[in-house]
Design a protein around this ligand. Structure first.
Ligand code: FAD
Length: 255
């Protein structure tokens, strides 16, 4: 069986003779094992926890990271007729927007965003006569915009825009609301600078060029997840777990 320990962050390690013998959590508790698999970001873990120069903050910042998500979760009273399950709200200059939005130091003034209304397809997701609405807006990550104390302003801009486009007053019908900016995502999941999907799939960051799922120095340390092979996104990270399992079995001396 598997036992989960929540709220336990690995902050350092103990090693000896090319092997890891323990990881140490934020309370100083030591966790020993024969084999370790890190599901933390495979690039930033190497830099921040293992202190590898190749993955220093300066080097990590130069890598290509996927979008930082700005997300809004709404529970709304009433049915929003002008929304489908999947909805995109884009302006008329997609290329110009996409070229500048990720490296801007300010939040988008006229945001392009995606809206998912799960209650359109599954009525168990919201009380009768209500909707649950998820809004995702790609924004600059923490390399470019560090301070997100203005997140409620961007949330208001998006909610007002969506209200206008759907002809439904979302603000006054909102029962629950949660807004998560890139710094929230970074803190919650240790996502490097708030990058939602980890390392991007640029040609120099895939295959043999991607951080490997077996550590370069510690023979009993493996990696799984978005920033190791094969890549990011849910289908890929599931494949990643299969690949690392196969790798450990192949490395194993057990019969
Ligand atoms: C808002 C958003 C929307 C997305 N939408 C989609 C989508 O529609 N389709 C899709 O395919 N993908 C989507 N993704 C991406 C997808 O969720 C990720 O690629 C995938 O979850 C990554 O899985 P993972 O196991 O690598 O990392 P995670 O799911 O982030 O799991 C890593 C775990 O390790 C923990 N951890 C990190 N560091 C440490 C540490 N030092 N010590 C202990 N624990 C640690 C974290 O807390 C976390 O629980 C989305 C991501 C976001 C943020």
């Amino acid at each position: 069986g598997v036992k989960f320990y929540f709220n336990t962050e690995v902050v350092s390690i103990g090693s000896n003779n090319g092997k890891l013998y323990e990881v140490i959590d934020q309370n100083g508790k030591k966790w020993a094992a024969d084999i370790f698999i890190s599901n933390a970001d495979a690039a930033s873990f190497r830099g921040q926890i293992l202190g590898r120069k190749k993955f220093s903050e300066e080097k990590l910042d130069k890598m290509h990271w996927t979008l930082a998500p700005f997300t809004i979760y709404l529970g709304v009273k009433g049915k929003v007729k002008n929304l489908e399950h999947h909805n995109y709200f884009l302006g008329n200059n997609f290329k110009g927007y996409a070229d500048t939005i990720f490296t801007s130091s300010i939040a988008p003034q006229k945001p392009y965003y995606y809206v998912n209304v799960l209650s359109k397809s599954d009525n168990t997701c919201a009380p009768e006569g209500c909707e649950n609405i998820f809004i995702l807006c790609p924004v600059p990550d923490l390399r470019y915009k560090k301070d997100w104390s203005d997140k409620e302003d961007l949330a208001k801009t998006i909610i007002d825009d969506l209200s206008k486009r759907t002809d439904f007053d979302l603000s006054s019908n909102t029962i629950v609301k949660k807004v998560l900016a890139p710094d929230d995502w970074a803190n919650m999941l240790n996502l490097y600078k708030g990058s939602g999907l980890g390392l991007a799939h640029d040609i120099d960051q895939v295959g043999a060029f991607r951080p490997k799922n077996k550590d370069e120095h510690f023979s009993n340390l493996y990696y799984v997840g978005a920033s190791t092979t094969p890549g990011t996104g849910l289908p890929m990270v599931v494949i990643s777990s299969r690949l690392v399992t196969e790798r450990i079995i192949n490395d194993s001396t057990l019969p």
